[in-house]
Design a protein around this ligand. Structure first.
Ligand SMILES: [Zn+2]
Length: 191
């Protein structure tokens, strides 16, 4: 299985490092990369081929290696983009964005969402499961040719969620990796 991991946003030469928690000094691009690196390590141990790319060129709109083209050219089996959410400092929880609420991307998304929420609820039993959200206009979901999801792990601007993003990165990454392998095992049983 070939898994393409895209930590969201990009820290270098980028006017948009993603969402911030200024009080705690957190940037989405750094947390996404850190979790992405850990997911890669888990998947390599599970004998997956992994390509990881963080770039603000999502679909050819700016300089740097293009995420969508790179995933398609590499012929990834699965595409996972990793992000942190932000809203009004009060919203909490994980959600997984998919191109459609039916089909393979949604199936992959449900496995990841279930693993992520059950894992983070062990550390905070109020952690909300916000479910799957249909986002067909997102460049990385629209342009990729394989089952693709964008995981909003937790809200960086909420201090309770931010603590999970700071302290539970191994657990978050393990949950995402298990969601990917759950999906793959289910599909290979059906072949
Ligand atoms: Zn983001």
């Amino acid at each position: 299985m070939k898994v393409f991991i895209n930590p969201g946003h990009a820290p270098n030469g980028n006017p948009d490092p993603g969402a911030l928690n200024e009080y705690l000094g957190l940037r989405e691009c750094d947390i996404a990369l850190s979790i992405g690196d850990l997911v890669r390590r888990y998947l390599v141990k599970a004998v997956c081929k992994v390509k990881e790319l963080q770039s603000h060129n999502l679909a050819g709109e700016s300089a740097g290696e293009c995420i969508v083209q790179s995933a398609n050219d590499w012929q990834a089996d699965i595409f996972v983009s990793i992000h942190c959410n932000a809203a009004n400092t009060l919203a909490r929880g994980a959600e997984t964005l998919v191109y459609s609420l039916t089909g393979e991307g949604a199936a992959l998304g449900r496995f990841i969402q279930n693993q992520l929420c059950s894992t983070l609820q062990k550390f905070n039993n109020d952690f909300p499961d916000r479910g799957l959200k249909c986002r067909p206009l997102l460049a990385v979901l629209r342009g990729t040719t394989m089952p693709a999801v964008l995981v909003e792990t937790a809200f960086i601007d909420n201090d309770l969620d931010a603590l999970l993003l700071m302290n539970q990165q191994q657990d978050i990454a393990g949950a995402i990796a298990r969601g990917i392998t759950d999906y793959w095992q289910k599909n290979s049983r059906e072949e």
